[in-house]
Design a protein around this ligand. Structure first.
Ligand code: ACM
Length: 406
């Protein structure tokens, strides 16, 4: 079996509590998953108690409202506060439960972009030290940490706390979709670039991630980043494990550069895409990713593992999250490490265990499906077709750009 058999749960965009996380761990274990990656921070929420920097959860875990329509549309909001974070006690419980299942839980704190919730709490660490609100809107934001010593000191103590809570040997530091040209908007960053002889924003990015790499390795942990942090400049990037989400080509380049690679390509491992492009499905970012797509996925030879992603902009409730995960999570497991019996037999053999946990599975019965679908938020929108999305992302990975129009 491959070493990293992963599932990523985004609890930043919508918060999912410890009870749901433990239930999900139990369900994943039935299919021999061994890793749960928790996306704990983003522009829309900071979801981990911090005793060293308490404003992170006191301010960063609350937003005033949430967008209820598709991110490609002019936003409409629900006007309802959305809050939640895991306490240290929650984390201990989650880790203890994962341990009984032989699973690890890997934390992700996303930097230097996707930092709106952090900066809502501590604006002094962001470009131009602007006032920031925890965002209720989906999409890529302009927020960026400054590359300054006081920021690294803050991150040092933050990662120390994270490392002490999560025993896994890995820490994920994000590194995706950072609009690095925004550093040029901050005169103090410009001064810093001159002083440090950093001639481009790519140089600043490399400098930033290398500082983070020192912090993570001094904590005795292995660093993981999204492929963006590698693709910006493969020859100067850190030695971090590359989690590739923008297709096979960038994953292969990372392998060729001697990096360890975890594959989680949008197609077909982003389970926030709908099962079919149809108004009878809940609002989703795009589609479709079918069971058949997953059952014909082939991981590249030599990768460390594979992981599915459940981003939660459009997923508000545990029921909806389970609907998006099952049976697709089973199909990915079957395809990548499951065996030879045929998917139907493999799934049928394990289905009673999912039922015992009370897991919601997308049913083939159209009436039931419709009922479940209506628990999704907002209105149906077809989003970007998956083939177009895949093409644009693959190109952006090769050129080391951020695909910002989605
Ligand atoms: C990602 O989807 N930005 C990793």
């Amino acid at each position: 079996m491959m070493g990293w058999r992963g599932a990523m749960l985004d609890i930043s965009r919508h918060f999912f509590d410890a009870a749901f996380i433990k239930k999900t761990l139990s369900a994943l274990a039935i299919f021999d998953y061994n890793t749960l990656h928790l996306h704990l921070s983003d522009d829309q929420g900071w979801r981990l108690e911090s005793k060293v920097h308490p404003l992170l959860h006191e301010l960063g875990a609350h937003r005033r409202q949430s967008q209820i329509n598709h991110g490609l549309l002019r936003p409409r909001f629900d006007g309802i506060e959305h809050s939640g974070h895991l306490t240290h006690e929650d984390v201990h419980e989650i880790i203890a439960h994962a341990k009984t299942l032989g699973m690890q839980v890997v934390p992700e704190i996303n930097i230097p972009g996707h930092t709106g919730a952090l900066l809502a709490a501590y604006p002094q660490y962001g470009i131009n030290q602007k006032h920031v609100e925890v965002s209720g809107q989906w999409g890529i934001s302009d927020h960026l940490l400054r590359p300054f010593p006081e920021v690294f000191e803050f991150l040092q103590t933050t990662f120390e706390e994270v490392a002490s809570l999560f025993p896994s040997e890995y820490i994920h530091v994000g590194g995706d979709e950072s609009l690095i040209e925004n550093w040029l908007l901050d005169p103090q960053v410009l001064d810093f670039m001159i002083q440090k002889d950093l001639s481009s924003t790519k140089d600043v990015f490399i400098f930033f991630m290398r500082e983070i790499e020192k912090i993570i390795s001094n904590l005795g942990k292995k660093m993981i980043t999204w492929d963006d942090a590698f693709a910006f400049d493969p020859n100067r990037a850190t030695r971090a494990i590359v989690m590739s989400w923008r297709g096979d080509a960038i994953a292969q380049i990372a392998l060729d550069h001697g990096r360890e690679v975890i594959q989680g390509p949008v197609f077909p491992t982003y389970f926030d895409y709908s099962y079919e492009v149809s108004p009878s499905e809940p609002l989703a970012i795009g589609g479709a990713i079918t069971l058949g797509d997953i059952l014909s996925f082939s991981p590249l030879p030599g990768v460390m593992g594979v992981q599915f992603q459940l981003w939660s902009e459009y997923i508000q409730s545990p029921l909806h999250a389970e609907y998006m995960m099952w049976p697709r999570a089973a199909a990915l497991a079957y395809r990548c490490w499951g065996g030879e019996v045929g998917f139907d037999a493999y799934f049928a053999a394990r289905l009673p265990l999912l039922h015992k946990l009370g897991i919601t599975i997308r049913d083939e019965d159209p009436l039931q499906r419709l009922n479940i679908a209506h628990l999704g938020i907002g209105e149906f929108h077809e989003g970007f077709p998956i083939s177009l999305m895949t093409e644009v992302l693959e190109k952006s990975a090769i050129t080391g750009e951020v695909a910002r129009d989605f």
